[in-house]
Design a protein around this ligand. Structure first.
Ligand code: ARG
Length: 457
């Protein structure tokens, strides 16, 4: 394609290090689509004759049909998907194929193809995350009343509802989706027509090609357009942050599935056994989601570091932009699907959760609050009195509400019978009815709003 000024061909090592076809063949659909749009524009602007446009367009369809049927051939001499397609096109239709690359460079071609691919990946991710949200909302609705210990420092803190806990992840995923959607809006400009770096002297119509590929507008600066990979970085950073959330959820499932917790029975379909220990059921899918987050963060880091020192405009370093994006997209897609299945099909052992909340002095704050409310004791003093009650209960191996009235009065005589109403885990969660709180009514309210939002998607 560019042999004219060379006396010798590339060495074997040059061919190998230069070849992006092993991975950028994933862009073939976008490459063909963008080429068809480009040649149609060349025709409508009178740059290529209608007859030639027709031949090229049909030739591109024929190449696409071959790719579809047999896959994309990998010839390192052809370097990438762009040259592979053009070369096959010229084999099929002859020298007229050479007109396709008028007013275009691989620099704007790859920028266009990769944007199209990433835009589609964003849309797919959004759909996957919406499915995860639906699973979370469904389970949260079922468990608006199920009581479990809420933790800080992974120490029992206050009782919460499982529905509330699951809805916390709904919120995280809502932000993840908005990050992908925001990135999509920002990236939706067409670089095609920027040519190598400086634009072109041919009378092209960039509005036309932008529109044909559903871009909002053409990019404004050709130097920027061919050297910009912000869209890929935005995708990777949104993916990295999303992977953190999935990893945290996976971690909770792993802890909850462990025998000392026993809060959840993982679906068999997303667990594995041990080749030596017959009793084992390991949460491998969750562990891999946790592991994949590390790799996805690595992908985001890789592209940031690749881009950070590049002068304008295109440099070959940028060929390395695609593997981390492809890898992150596939890892995140799997992770979202695995977590969706886990949320949908896990069996929550609500009786164990409730017991854990009851035995963990989770309602100690409720006792302190009761002393403030009913006996007008300053909170700091109430905190101290409650501490003494917990200490006594702990020494007896009992729950707070198992202390007798006499025992409680011995700690502080202002305590009376009514306190027992405040000490149950039900009373505790029902009391936390502030907006966004854990009370079952609040959770049902939030679930209702989430359902509406998902319906409007
Ligand atoms: N294979 C290249 C890539 O993926 C295509 C662009 C090549 N442009 C160039 N001037 N060598 O980035």
């Amino acid at each position: 394609m560019w042999g004219g000024r060379f006396a010798e061909g590339p060495s074997a090592i040059m061919r190998e290090i230069n070849a992006s076809i092993p991975f950028d063949k994933a862009l073939w659909r976008q490459d063909i689509a963008a080429s068809k749009v480009h040649v149609a524009m060349l025709g409508s602007c009178g740059i290529v004759s209608a007859d030639d446009v027709k031949q090229i367009d049909q030739g591109l369809d024929a190449v696409a049909a071959e790719y579809e049927a047999n896959g994309v051939p990998e010839d390192w001499d052809l370097e990438d998907i762009h040259m592979t397609t053009e070369s096959r096109l010229s084999e099929l239709i002859g020298p007229v194929a050479g007109r396709l690359h008028t007013a275009r460079s691989r620099n704007d071609q790859v920028a266009t193809d990769f944007r199209l691919w990433t835009r589609e990946a964003m849309d797919q991710m959004d759909a996957g995350l919406a499915a995860l949200q639906r699973a979370l909302v469904t389970r949260a609705g079922e468990h608006a009343d199920s009581i479990m210990p809420g933790f800080t420092h992974l120490q029992t803190a206050q009782p919460v509802t499982l529905g509330h806990h699951l809805m916390a992840y709904y919120e995280m995923i809502r932000r993840d989706r908005s990050r992908f959607q925001d990135a999509r809006r920002r990236m939706n400009e067409s670089p095609l027509g920027s040519a190598a770096l400086a634009g072109t002297g041919f009378p092209i119509d960039r509005e036309m090609t932008a529109q044909a590929m559903d871009f909002d507008r053409p990019t404004a600066n050709s130097l920027d357009a061919v050297s910009d990979r912000d869209f890929a970085l935005d995708y990777l950073q949104a993916a990295a942050q999303c992977s953190l959330h999935l990893s945290r959820l996976a971690e909770e499932f792993i802890i909850w599935a462990s025998q000392p917790f026993g809060f959840v029975r993982m679906p068999d379909t997303l667990s594995t056994g041990s080749s030596i220990m017959p009793q084992k059921k390991n949460p491998d899918a969750a562990e891999l989601v946790r592991g994949h987050a590390g790799r996805i963060i690595g992908c985001a880091t890789a592209l940031m570091v690749t881009m950070k020192g590049l002068p304008l405009a295109y440099s070959k370093d940028m060929q390395d932009d695609k593997p981390p994006v492809f890898e992150a997209a596939s890892l995140l897609g799997l992770s979202v699907a695995a977590m969706t299945g886990m949320v949908a099909d896990a069996t929550f052992r609500t009786e164990k959760m409730r017991k854990a909340a009851e035995l963990g002095y989770a309602t100690a704050t409720d006792l302190a609050d009761w002393l403030v409310r009913e006996a007008d004791i300053p909170f700091r003093e109430a905190h101290h009195i409650t501490g003494a009650a917990v200490k006594l209960a702990e020494s007896k191996g009992a729950a707070l509400e198992e202390l007798s009235m006499a025992e409680l009065k011995a700690i502080d005589e202002r305590i009376d019978e009514r306190v027992y109403n405040a000490l149950s885990v039900e009373a505790s969660v029902a009391a936390r009815c502030s907006l966004g709180g854990t009370a079952p009514d609040q959770v049902r309210h939030q679930v209702g709003l989430a359902r509406q939002a998902l319906e409007m998607d």
